[in-house]
Ligand binder design. Structure first.
Ligand code: NI
Length: 167
């Protein structure tokens, strides 16, 4: 397994739209394992392939406190969404930034797992937030893009400054 480099906002590559996985095979499974290891090491609760510069529709999630409940979504699609919720979100591609985002409260999603098996799942609360957040990454969207233009401009300036100071 290997820890992969996570792209940092505002890296342009984070805006790439991911392609469907044509065949779930050993290469896919190795990527899933590496993504999981990268997510656990960060540490984080979710990671989209986009964030490690692989532009395929693959997501890993683990929102358990014990970090032993890995969920894999390949070619995920939202079948239905209802309700609304607003919660604070963070992202491994935007470290240290937490902002409130409005999302669907309840979703039904279909996807393939790492064996290529099809499944559907209903999710609400934090899990529903995580799935929507990671699926946005696959569309090239980072959660801070839900903020006002003014806030986004300020945020980019802040991150730039922080990066300069870190050099
Ligand atoms: Ni994220």
């Amino acid at each position: 397994m290997a820890i992969l480099q996570i792209l940092q906002y505002p890296d342009e590559r984070l805006h790439t739209v991911a392609k469907k996985v044509v065949e779930v095979n050993e290469v896919t499974r190795k990527l899933v394992r590496d993504m999981a290891e990268t997510m656990y090491a960060a540490p984080g609760v979710g990671l989209a392939a986009t964030q490690v510069d692989v532009h395929e529709r693959i997501i890993v999630l683990d929102i358990s406190e014990t970090h032993d409940n890995l969920m894999v979504f390949i070619n995920p699609e939202i079948l239905s969404a209802s309700g609304e919720q607003a919660g604070e979100e963070g992202c491994l591609s935007v470290p240290g930034i937490y902002e409130t985002v409005r999302r669907s409260g309840k979703i039904k999603v279909k996807a393939l797992d790492e064996t290529g098996e099809f499944f559907t799942m209903e999710a609400e609360g934090f899990l529903a937030v995580c799935i929507q957040h990671e699926m946005d990454h696959l569309q090239g969207k980072v959660f801070v893009e839900y903020l006002s233009q003014l806030k986004q401009t300020r945020l980019r300036a802040k991150l730039k400054k922080r990066r300069r100071e870190a050099l």
